[in-house]
Design a protein around this ligand. Structure first.
Ligand code: UDP
Ligand code: MG
Length: 327
């Protein structure tokens, strides 16, 4: 029997966990040919989420969990989940039931047909504000213009990944993760299925606009160096016009003599160039910051416990827990 892991990143989700478990169980019950694992990635929840997972685990052997030592963010919780998943395929699903579990049989069907990455694409986004929808769609457009790899629009992290994809993703160990881009970047055989995104079943969204802007910058800077190139090009164009202007001033002075006037134009040029330089420096700083973060080569997360066992986070190569992970 093939094993399928359903991986659920959860951060302060005590209000929906029972509902999620009930709906997932109902779906799984109708797919008897597989050995399912429900793996919760508890991302440092401060409410009763962990206790609830433990309680569920006592009753249901299918449940396992990995408890991170603090809140690392969804992107990191997902890679931790992929590291610990034991299945031949992994399905990533949000805890808040915005991704309908009823899509899982379809995903598995396509997986059996040979697809490696079956992702769910939103036809609609119920319960999301007009502003969020427009900013999201603008962001996708900009990102797609800037980068060469195709990024799937209106697609979240709700998808089935074959073991091959999971192993590929596990090798991308960068700290500032933009997982949606990574799914595209690794390639493999992709298949989309459409669905209507429901509003959150209970609890509150953990995203706010600052976090979304962060993720947008992450998306752009981790998948393309185009902003660097644009700033360089912009600098060239500006310098060219500045040079022409200088020639004109010299010619004018030689022909008509020196004039004291010119303070306004001088100020304009200085301020304008100053602005351009600041923009370029900002962009360079953005990439420099990323290099700084990557050179630290830190582990992406620490695990507090895995299925009731305390985990020693020893260094990667010698780690017993990694031997387990590479199984
Ligand atoms: N999540 C997480 N760590 C975080 C924030 C969120 O693991 O720091 C999980 C959360 O529990 C949920 C999923 O990521 O299962 C999506 O979060 P949310 O529903 O708040 O985001 P939205 O759907 O509003 O984009
Ligand atoms: Mg949600």
């Amino acid at each position: 029997m093939r094993k399928i892991t359903i991986m659920i990143p959860a951060y302060n989700e005590e209000d929906v966990l029972q509902q999620l478990y009930d709906r997932l169980s109902k779906v799984i019950l109708n797919i008897p040919f597989y050995d399912f694992e429900l793996l919760f990635g508890n991302d440092g929840s401060t409410d009763g989420t962990l206790d609830q997972i433990k309680k569920l685990r006592e009753k249901d052997k299918k449940i396992s969990y990995v408890n991170l030592s603090r809140n690392f963010g969804k992107e990191t919780a997902m890679i931790a989940g992929l590291d610990y998943a034991l299945g031949d395929a992994v399905i990533i699903i949000d805890a808040d039931l915005q991704d309908p579990p009823e899509l899982i049989p379809d995903m598995i069907r396509y997986w059996e047909m040979g697809y490696d990455d079956v992702f769910a694409k939103r036809k609609s986004r119920a319960g999301e504000s007009w502003v969020k929808k427009t900013t999201a769609s603008t962001f996708y457009k900009v990102l797609q213009k800037l980068t060469q790899i195709p990024i799937q629009k209106n697609t979240g992290d709700f998808r089935l990944l074959d073991r091959r994809c999971v192993e590929a993703l596990k090798q991308l160990r960068e700290t500032q993760r933009y997982t949606k881009g990574m799914f595209s970047w690794i390639g493999y055989n992709k298949k989309e299925i459409l669905f209507d995104r429901d509003p959150r079943a209970a609890g509150e969204t953990k995203w706010n606009y600052i976090k979304l802007v962060d993720l947008a910058i992450e998306g752009i800077t981790s998948f393309t160096t185009t902003p660097l190139r644009i700033s360089a090009l912009f600098g060239c164009v500006i310098s060219f016009f500045a040079f022409v202007y200088i020639l004109w001033i010299i010619a004018k002075t030689l022909l008509f003599g020196e004039s004291v006037a010119g303070y306004p134009s001088l100020m304009t040029v200085i301020l304008f160039l100053g602005g351009i330089q600041l923009i370029s420096l900002g962009i360079i700083g953005e990439y420099l910051g990323r290099i700084f973060n990557e050179t630290k080569n830190r582990p992406l997360y620490f695990v507090d416990e895995y299925n009731n066992e305390k985990v020693q986070n020893v260094s990667r190569k010698s780690s017993k827990n990694i031997v387990h992970l590479e199984r």
